[in-house]
Design a protein around this ligand. Sequence first.
Ligand code: BGC
Length: 392
Amino acid sequence: MKLQFPEGFIWGTSTAAYQIETASENNWKGLKCKDGTTFDKCSQHDLHRDEDLEYICQISNGYRMSHDWGKLQKAPFAEFDQKEVDAYLRFMEELKRRGKHIMLVLHHFTNPLWFEKEGSWEKEGNRKMWLDFVQKSVDTFGHLVDTWNTFNEPNVYVSNGWITGEFPPFKKGKILLARRVLKEISRAHEEAYDIIKQKSKAPVGISFNTVQFKGEIFPGHLFAKIADWWFMEYCHNHFLKQDFQGLSYYARMSFRPFPLDNMNHTEQLKKLGRRTDLMWEYDPKGFYNVFHRYWKKTKKPIIITESGICTHDPKVRIESIKEYLGWVHKAQQDGIPIQGYFHWSTMDNHEWNIGQYYRFGLVSVDFETGKRTMTEAGTFMGEVARNNSVEV
Ligand code: BGC
């Protein structure tokens, strides 16, 4: 069956500066990951920009990207580094020349070390430093941006940094601090919205990560409810000024009674007969439920800022894309305005605290040599984008 998407639907792929560029002086540099790799160099996009641009253009008509804040700004309120500006500008100008839609993300999990030294997002008022970065980004790159994404998944950033303690600053169970960070970040977003609007007509939103939390045995029901309330509602309610609802989704999380992922609970998930990718329990239908939930809640058009699967097998990736697009299409038929789909990720990259074994790329990358190879999944995605339809 052929599923046709609406005219003007944005097909894109997505990356984050930290995950594809050589490490800068940021709060993740040198982190030893779960798989034993340390962040130092990975896809080295900064040394392969022209080549990567060709892949991006072959695959789709959109690209969701970020800049490395610490590379652009070496100190609080400093002028942007001209060499870095030139490299980013050249890249973005070429994307525009090829008619691509650029979604620029202004914060994707990392902070420059100097921002950390100032107390990071824990200290009220520090948002002024990031807002200065926003103002300068708008002045420098704004004319090339089609859609603005202020924060990437603030709910993941806050929860992983201050509740589960998996991300820097690795603070576990610090609920009050988490709340304080969330407040500072949400104020930063609301003020960034106004800064951007003074100069740019492009829509502004956040990307919000979603998960299906399912309590399955006592007292997992209660834990799942609390997780759902915090992650899907409370965090979300802080971000009011949004022209679109950016959504990402990767996983179902079953609580028996504690949450099961596929990195630490493989046997248990296998015994339960669950579908998994390398990281999580896999259930694409959950994204369909999420579309309905947030459409009902916000009445804002939706852009899928990230969707993908952690696997080394391009055939599995193709099946997954088909399955997800089936649910996207069905939600559109239900009347939900989903305006675009950015696949995570354009190329293999560094997966945060767990490392380089965990792959999402449409383009595979040999991290030793830097060699890129288009996978079948990338070719497939390219056909989908060109035809504005998918055969399922
Ligand atoms: C993040 C990406 C990450 C992906 C897969 C998202 O939550 O924005 O940076 O690589 O999930 O884990």
